[in-house]
Design a protein around this ligand. Structure first.
Ligand SMILES: Cc1cc2nc3c(=O)[nH]c(=O)nc-3n(C[C@H](O)[C@H](O)[C@H](O)COP(=O)(O)OP(=O)(O)OC[C@H]3O[C@@H](n4cnc5c(N)ncnc54)[C@H](O)[C@@H]3O)c2cc1C
Length: 364
């Protein structure tokens, strides 16, 4: 019997296990090979790996700093916004840390106290309520296993199986992302955000990573992501951006919440943190800060013990709900074509680029 069975060792699950692991008996499970125990397991988290200021702030609050080894080149100071439909372009100041996402997650796992039991290369299958807790079933190395737990935590991301078992009345819209990696010698020194209604009602992106580029795209579930990606590439080619010799493609689900009621702290002894709870920015899809924040708040709620934890956690989420509302209010200015065009054309909050129109590769 453990106190907390955490499904998912992304930033939400690993951070919760780290913070709650000294006080409670914790089992942290993930299908990924987060400690290098099984070289045959190549599952990774598909992510842009940009650490936004909010995430940096929470790391600071928790007394953590990121090791250099987790960073990749170059560090970025600007986002280039490309509205393909209207032809508008703008450059905005941003302060991201550019990360190797897999290394970031492994670093968080490396901070776990020895008291936390980990179970990697293992897949959560189901759970069943029993008096005082749950029986959780999972598969590891082909074997079916069971563990009893007092609380079950769903930290299993956008496609959360734990959340689906709760049959919540409202769920955020689901998007499918594709991310392609290309070799590149001249790296654009910014994160490029691409808006094009002919491709998606969300956005695409280009992010430099060491000597590679990531081209990513999020499309609503139900739309063919491959067709949309091909269209994006051809639209970029028209803008003079050619990406060739693809090295690899990865994919993932992504949530885009539309209402506060789609965000849930959990139900009936099952708690949700990170993207599984529906906590992610609906305007930028930035999710690492929300994963860290929700797990920090749940760890605080657990400090007073297990009884009543759901209501303490739910109560502490009020500022985060307000924050999500703020991001939703910002969304029309980014995604409503006329409003976006007007904002970009006005130059409001934009930087004045030295080279105009922006050039890539940048002249040295
Ligand atoms: C393409 C893409 C790009 C993104 N770029 C950024 C970015 O640049 N910056 C940013 O801040 N956010 C970004 N996000 C959002 C961000 O990645 C997520 O919001 C964040 O990772 C959520 O953290 P989490 O811990 O809640 O879930 P996750 O990081 O998704 O972790 C969930 C974990 O659960 C495990 N898991 C899931 N199901 C099971 C199961 N059945 N059994 C065992 N293990 C399971 C997974 O292996 C995973 O390790 C991006 C998302 C996508 C899809």
């Amino acid at each position: 019997m453990v106190d907390l069975f955490i499904v998912g060792a992304g930033p939400a699950g690993a951070n919760l296990a780290r913070l709650a692991g000294e006080r409670h008996q914790v089992l942290l499970l993930d299908q990924r090979d987060l400690r290098g125990e099984n070289p045959l397991n190549r599952k990774t988290k598909c992510c842009g790996g940009l650490l936004a200021p909010d995430a940096q702030k929470i790391l600071g609050e928790m007394g953590l700093g990121i090791p250099r080894d987790v960073l990749v080149d170059p560090q970025l100071f600007a986002v280039r916004t490309l509205d393909v439909s209207s032809g508008e372009e703008a450059l905005y100041q941003r302060h991201y840390y550019n990360l190797d996402r897999e290394k970031f997650d492994r670093w968080l796992v490396s901070l776990l106290p020895p008291s936390v039991k980990t179970c990697f290369n293992a897949v959560y299958l189901s759970h069943e309520a029993i008096p005082g807790g749950f029986i959780v079933r999972y598969r590891q190395k082909g074997e079916l296993k069971e563990v009893k737990t007092r609380l079950l935590i769903g930290a299993d991301g956008a496609f959360s199986k734990v959340r689906r078992t709760l049959a919540l009345p409202q769920n955020p819209s689901s998007y499918v992302c594709i991310q392609e990696e290309y070799p590149a010698e001249d790296l654009p020194p910014y994160f490029t955000a691409i808006f094009d209604l002919a491709v998606t009602d969300f956005y695409g992106w280009i992010i430099p990573k060491d000597n590679h580029l990531l081209l990513g795209l999020a499309v609503p579930q139900g739309k063919d992501p491959w067709e949309a990606m091909e269209k994006l590439r051809s639209r970029l080619a028209l803008k003079g951006i050619f990406l060739q010799k693809k090295i690899r493609t990865e994919g993932a689900h992504l949530l885009r919440p539309q209402k506060n009621s789609q965000f849930s702290p959990g139900k009936d002894g099952v708690l949700l943190v990170g993207e599984a709870s529906g906590a992610i920015s609906p305007s930028s899809a930035e999710g690492i800060s929300y994963a860290l924040r929700t797990s920090l708040l749940l760890a605080k709620a657990l400090e007073e013990g297990i009884p009543g934890v759901l209501s303490r956690y739910a109560k502490s989420l009020f500022p985060l709900r307000r924050n999500l509302l703020g991001k939703r209010l910002k969304s029309p200015f980014m995604y409503q074509p006329r409003l976006r065009k007007a904002v970009m054309a006005s130059g409001l909050l934009a930087m004045k680029p030295f080279h105009s129109p922006l050039l890539w590769p940048c002249p040295r």
